[in-house]
Write a protein that binds this ligand. Structure first.
Ligand code: HAM
Length: 417
C-alpha cells in the first residue's frame, strides 16, 4: 500500500467544510478591505528565496525542497509566498499602474521541518500583503484585519505580539551590541548559532534550541537601539492600534525567522495550540522590493497558518460541508430514471440534492441520508409511481407529506430555494 509521505496530510471531505468556511470568511473580509487575489506558482528559482528570506536562515539553509531541472536550473518548492508576490509585482510592473497594491493569496507552502502537530512539510497559508505604503496606519489596519478574521472565526485566547526590527540605519548598532553581549557570555550556543553569530547575530535570537534561548534571555533589545524615525514609526503603530482597540504586547525578542523584515514585526499566538502556538506572523519588508531589482517601495504583510487555524476551530465544525438539502431515495428502474432527472434539475437550481444509484434498498438509502444529515428525503418507488405522488420526509421532525409527481421539480424548488 502506498502511503502519504512524512509530514504531509490529506484534507478529507469531512474537514473540507471547515477549510471552505475559513477561506470564504477570509476572502470576504480581505476584499472588503480592498485586497485582490493573486495566484502564484509553487515553484520558483531558488535564488528568489535565498536572496529574500536570507542565506543564513533555517528555511534557506535546511528546509527548502530544491532540485535541479533538466536545464540544470535550481528550482525550489516555495517555502512562503511573500518573495513570489514581490517578484510578480516587479516582473509585471504592477507598481507602474499604482505603486500601492494590496494582494491576498491562499495556497500550499513547503518546508522540510521536523513534523509534529501543527508543523507540516506541506502546509497552507493565507497571506495578505500591502505594497507601496510606509505609513504606520497601514500596519495598524493590517493587524486590525487579521485580528478581525480570527474574531469572526471565534479563535479563542488570541494574543498579538509586536516588535520593531529597525532599519539599515539603526540595525548595525544593535548587531554590534548583540555581538558584544555574546562575546561576554560563557554560555554555549548551538553550532548553527556559533557560525551565525558573526554574520547574522539576529538569527541567534530566533534559534529554537533551548540552550540558545537560555543564553540569550538577557540579550540587549532592538527597541533600545531604534533610530528616531523607526521609534516614531513604532510609536505611531502602537497609538493607532490603541485607537482601534487592538490589544497587543511588546515582545522585544520577536525577530521572526526571515531576514527581509524591517521595522514593525508581529505574531499572533493562541493559547489553544500548544507548542506551535503561532497562528500568524508578519511584518514590514521595506527594502525587499528594491533588493530584488524593483523600485524603492516599502511593504508589509502577514501569513496565517491555515492548518493551525483549522485545528483550533475544528471541533465545532466537523463534517458540515456536504450536508444535502434533499436526498432522493429511489427504488426500481422507473423511479431511478425519475430521480436522475429530478436531481439534476434541482442541483442546477442550487438545491443540494443527493442520490445513491448503487443498488441499495430503501433501508440502505435512508441510512445514507441519515449519515449525510440530509434535511429531507424524497421517497419514490413503484407504489408511489402508480399512485402519482412521492413521499417527502422531514428528517428532523419525521413528518411526511405526499407530493404529486406532476410538477414535482417546481414544487420542490418552491420548498427549498
Ligand atoms: P512564517 O512565520 O514563517 O511567516 O509563517 C507564517 C505562519 O505559517 C506561522 O505563524 C504558522 O502559523 C504557519 N507555519 C509556518 N510553518 C509551518 C509549518 N511547517 N507547518 C504548519 N504551519 C506553519 C512567513 O511565512 C512570512 N512569509 C509571513 C509574511 C507575509 N511576512 C510578511 N508577509
Amino acid at each position: 500500500m502506498i502511503q502519504l509521505i512524512r509530514g504531509v496530510k490529506d484534507i478529507l471531505p469531512g474537514e473540507i467544510g471547515l477549510w471552505q468556511k475559513i477561506e470564504k470568511t477570509a476572502i470576504s473580509l480581505f476584499e472588503s478591505f480592498g485586497f485582490c487575489e493573486i495566484r502564484l506558482p509553487i515553484i520558483e528559482h531558488t535564488e528568489l528565496f535565498a536572496r529574500s528570506i536570507g542565506q543564513d536562515t533555517d528555511i534557506v539553509e535546511k528546509e527548502m525542497y530544491t532540485f535541479l531541472n533538466k536545464k540544470d536550473e535550481m528550482i525550489t518548492l516555495r517555502p512562503e509566498a511573500t518573495a513570489s508576490i514581490v517578484r510578480a509585482y516587479i516582473q509585471h510592473r504592477l507598481y507602474a499602474i499604482d505603486p500601492v497594491q494590496k494582494f491576498y493569496t491562499i495556497g500550499p507552502m513547503f518546508r522540510r521541518e521536523r513534523p509534529q502537530k501543527g508543523r507540516y512539510r506541506q502546509f497552507y497559508q493565507i497571506n495578505a500583503e500591502v505594497l507601496g505604503v510606509d505609513s504606520p496606519l497601514t500596519d495598524a489596519q493590517l493587524i486590525f484585519m487579521l485580528v478581525e478574521l480570527l474574531k469572526r472565526l471565534s479563535v479563542p485566547d488570541v494574543c498579538v505580539y509586536l516588535n520593531s526590527l529597525g532599519c539599515p540605519v539603526c540595525r548595525p548598532g544593535f548587531k554590534k551590541s548583540l555581538q558584544k553581549f555574546m562575546s561576554n557570555t560563557t554560555a554555549m550556543l548551538c553550532s548553527d548559532c556559533e557560525r551565525r553569530k558573526e554574520k547574522n547575530p539576529l538569527r541567534v535570537l530566533d534559534c529554537k534550541v533551548l540552550a540558545c534561548r537560555e543564553a540569550m534571555k538577557d540579550a540587549p533589545s532592538i527597541i533600545e537601539h531604534l533610530c528616531n524615525e523607526c521609534e516614531e514609526h513604532f510609536e505611531a503603530v502602537k497609538n493607532s492600534l490603541n485607537d482601534l482597540n487592538i490589544q497587543f504586547e511588546i515582545d522585544k525578542r520577536l525577530v521572526r525567522g526571515l531576514d527581509y523584515y524591517t521595522r514593525t514585526t508581529f505574531e499572533v499566538h493562541t493559547g489553544s495550540l500548544g507548542a506551535q502556538s503561532a497562528v500568524a506572523g508578519g511584518g514590514r519588508y521595506d527594502r525587499l522590493i528594491e533588493s530584488l531589482g524593483g523600485p524603492s517601495q516599502p511593504a508589509i504583510g502577514f501569513a496565517i497558518g491555515f492548518d493551525r487555524l483549522a485545528e483550533i476551530i475544528s471541533s465545532d465544525n466537523a463534517g458540515v460541508s456536504c450536508k444535502p438539502d434533499l436526498f432522493i431515495a429511489a427504488l426500481g428502474e422507473q423511479a431511478r430514471t425519475n430521480a436522475l432527472k429530478w436531481s439534476c434539475a434541482l442541483s442546477l437550481s442550487g438545491i443540494k440534492t443527493e442520490t445513491d444509484f448503487s443498488d441499495k434498498g430503501l433501508k440502505g438509502q435512508m441510512k445514507k441520508a441519515d449519515r449525510l444529515a440530509a434535511g429531507h428525503v424524497l421517497i419514490i418507488g413503484d407504489n408511489e409511481l402508480s399512485e402519482g405522488s412521492a413521499i417527502l420526509r422531514n428528517m428532523m421532525t419525521k413528518e411526511q407529506v405526499s407530493v404529486p409527481i406532476d410538477g414535482i421539480v417546481e414544487k420542490l424548488k418552491s420548498i427549498f430555494v
